[in-house]
Design a protein. Sequence first.
Lengths: 1028, 245
Amino acid sequence: MADNLTNTPNKNKKVTLTNYIGRSFGWFLVTIVVLLTVLIVLGVVYLMYRNEAMLITLAVLLPTLIVISLLYIFYSYRSMYKIFYSTLYEKTLSNYEALRTQKRTLEKYELDQIEDFDILNDKINLIQRNFDNIQIYSSKTNYDKVPLDYINKSKKTITEKSFKDCIREIIYCAQSYRNAIISLTFEKGADITTTSINDVCNAIHEIFKERGLLIALGESNDTIMIFSPNIDSISYLREQLEALFTKSTISVKTISGIDLISPKINAVIYPYTSIEEIYSDLLYSATKNKDVNIYIPKRYNGSSNESLLQNTMDINNISKILSNVANLHETSIDFNSQIVKAEEVLKEYAAYLNVEEGGIAFFDREKKHVTTRVAFNLNNKEKTSFIPGTQFNSKIIEKLDEVKDMDCTYLFSSRASLNNELGKTLDLYGINSGFFYYIKNLDDTCLGIVYLINKGNKTFEYNSYIKESLLVMSITIGYYLKIGNVHNQLDEMKVRENNVMKLANIASYTIDKTNYEIVDFTDNLKEEMPNIERGVKCYKSLFKYTAPCPECPLITKNKIIKQFSKTFKGEVSYSINTKMSNYIELIVRGIENKDESRNRFDSDLLVYSYYSFVERLKNLYASESKGYIQLLSIDNIKDMIQAYGNEGFAFYIRCFASEVVTKIPQISDIYLYKDDTLAFIFPESGKLDIINVLEKVYEFSKKDYLRDGNDVRLCIGYETVKYPQEFTRPTDLIRHLEKCISERDYNVFKTDYIHIEENDFYRPVSRKEYILSIIEQAHKNNNFIIKCQPVVKGSTKAIFGGEILIRLSDDYANTLLNTEELIRVAGENNKLNTISDLVLNYTANLFTQFGASIFKSYGFERISINADYNYFTQEDFFNKVESIIKTHNMPKNFLAFEISEQNLASNYENFKEVSEQLKKHDVNIICDQYTGEHLSLDKVRQLNIKEIKTQRDFVRDIDVQSEKYENLKKLMDFAKEQGVTVTLLGVENGQQYKLVSSYDKNINMQGYYFHHALDVNELLEAIRKSNN
Amino acid sequence: MILLVGNNHDDVLYIETRMTDKKEEYVYKKYKVVIGNIASQTVVLLENVYTNIISSTLVSYIIEKYYILFVIKIGKCLTASKTIKNGDITISKKVIASDVDVTDLQGTKLGQIPGFDLSFDPSYELINSTLNSFTKFSFATIHECTVVSSNVHHHTMEKLEELLHDGKILTEEINNVVFDSEAYGVGVACSMHDIPFITINVVLNHIGEKFAVNNYVRVLKQYNIVGKAVSNLISELGSNEVLRD
């Protein structure tokens, strides 16, 4: 009966709470009464007849009665606990807390087979519905309604405790853009008098003159907290804090006399620091051990839980909503990456407002129409109303142009308030409410659209603050994209101008006629005259004169012919200039020598010709240069021409060459060696540099330049030949190059492979393919290098655990591959199984072999594996972990995964689930490379993580820089306060060990001072030695 | 009585803490004066004194009101010297003004006020006694410098360019000069009343450097030494010994 609460709820059999309790006790009493009656009757009968059978029955019945009573008591207790504690008390408490902290979401009572809870849930529904439409904001900074505990009657100072308790309400009271929370901490234990503290408080009031300033004093007088409700600029805040520093020195009496002490001032700023993390960020800031420090953390953004209006009623702080807009300040070379950046901001904004969909459409100059560039749906990633890459509905644009406001926005809070004509089109998409921003071109045509939309019945109703923020956000995105677009166009124009000039064999440079300094010049002149520089006198830079050329056109008013370099002769004139300007553009028209009738440029592909290549080689030989020649044989030229036609192919190569030259600084010239072969020259370069460059070239060779739906891309064989080798003349070298091309073995030197002729080395040019090939190879040959980096206990130096390190070496570069890159590439290409299986099996085998014999008896308690989020996305990963733990009978918490702080931060929400899953199997997560920049310790703990491994920087140089030692100590204290265990990485010498262990004996450490990464035998030996 | 003059509160904080039987007064309703005892000597503390104009007015007033034996000005200074660095303690061997130019009056030199000498020189005995006091508390070199004083805070050397010649400023070696903005006013007032004075400055910055909290921290540390040395000086010279040349 009492247990029926755990059964599936049945709506037809609902009871009231009184009935339920009454019935429970009723049944209990009835049973007890019946049993007691039977017992008494039997007792009486026994006393009367002294029957042994009666005695036995009594002996059985008595314990039965006791057991039944106990069972009833237990079940009744359980059921009452569930009703009154788990449901009534806990849910009510949580709802009260939600109301206090102005959270929007209230929890419902779960026992729905009891009628009274339905009534309570109905009331919660009513409150919830009110909240959905409510927006709370205060009119001025007034703390009257905040339960602050004032120390004096003048209401100038409050207690630190009430400040801490009410920080949320205090911040909500402040209407301004940003608020600072500042702590002044004097040395602990210093004998600070109230007079001194009052002096400091007066100084605070003198410096922070704004209204609403709150000062909180700690009980021990060594901490003063300040809430400054308004920050105009962070730099001004810094100035204020520095001024405060110079006015807050106090004198304390010590055994040795009088000491002047000044406080450490730390500040955090809301909303850059969230309310929950203010204190932990202040504490973290203190670990930096600076006298004045403003800490602005680099937190992760974009979590779905950040839906501000969904979770909280606090909408006063528009700055929080707009905080990411500030990221749109740098334009990038690649316009698409700018669009992606703008999308991130828009997405973040949409998440705050809990808007369903959003996106950006922008004019495509090639397709000549506005195209949806990015679109997102926060609820269902795959379903967006407007499909990226397709034309944005022109009817919407047309109608928006007509109906938009003067500020180019159009907002419709619901379908009812939508323009009829526009409504017809939007109905096709099922859009119910939304916001459009029309990005206007200079000629008033549409350059793009920024939109946020809701479907279904969802409305778009926000107060004026939010509406203003919408405008700010969209205008910023609009201008950001406009500027990016203009930059892009200018870059293209510059490239085009350069190409036209190359074709016309014209170059130009601009000088200031007052002082002959070079102001600007074209790229092709730079190619001829590498020493040309802005700000240098033209006669000096171009002709090595010490005074202006006597025949200078500016002096003689006549054109002149000058030999600029050995190969370039030009006619210089200034005819296209206006007389008004001080800057004169001099045009250099190339004159070809009669004996050099061959064209130096290929006019089809806009690259240097073969003759230029030969000339360049001659020059390099003359200067006794050493380096490499890189030949790029296009293996699929026939396919390319078939797919794109002759002109299309030429265009493709032009784009490819232009991208390579503009975006890879190491490549300045591209030569057309022959019809299907391009060439670069890398003078004074090393092989590894060239490989790095070719990895980038490969990326450009696979780019879709024509965007005509054709997926044929350049397939290239990359032949790298050293020069001069034994070839004494350029002609000999060229003959050798010919041989290299003609004798290519396609079975080994495949397409998209690099061949370095010098040592006959082949590898895929794509970095990804290369890493995959290394993984394959290592898997095949089983030559993964697995080592274990011991973690020792600070007190005894005994090894208590180890970190498994998987290493793969790039034999050619003679380096180890970066583990993070290795895991990322493996993860992206479904090869992670290979690695994780290997590491897990290795760990399991290690445990099977030595678990009982060595690990247990010598106190080796843990093995940790480096991983990232990709690891946990593998199918059956958790089952695999479970099976390994069970099969090998591993003790609890023997296995742990180390995830970097950055990876944890960028997948924070996902890791909550991962952490839950691992917890089930008693596997821990360790936050690796912890800096505190991305995750506060609070957040780390929220992921159930109880251990951090600090970044090496924390320990580095603590033995030579006292400040670094102080920082480390503070971090250790701070972690201790938060209940997080710290393992210090990078302890490299005895002095560092002494310093750390003298401060905290129980800290765990890892580093070369104790052990290098060890293989199994070395590890066992080390355990035996150190753990005895 | 001994008068101590400081810029901000930190300059005289140490001395104030050492004082007993303190009482406060206000001069011209604006400037707080703390009067108390150190080693049985009465000390008058004056703080928040900025510029030569204010220092000369206030010091004159205090000298006229009380019987002052000598004046010590404590504060921060700037330098352009290569040999003097942040946190170094300097005492004045000479005080000259850099913003006084009445050379159109016959016979008046650049930096000279008619009727006064070109520079004000602290008493030789006071310098010696101060140096002796410092040697009891610090092994560091105490620089004896010329204080170039003006009502202008010199953030850059540009404003001083007119006074610079051949590595010297107003004929004083630039490497042996510090800059402040109150010493000259103290000098004028003391000269008018024929009272010895000395200035003790701690170097905050080099001219042209921005304010840095670390530099200020170094100055504060030195104020402990300055405070101890000045207390010692007061106890030793506070009796009515003759300090005047």
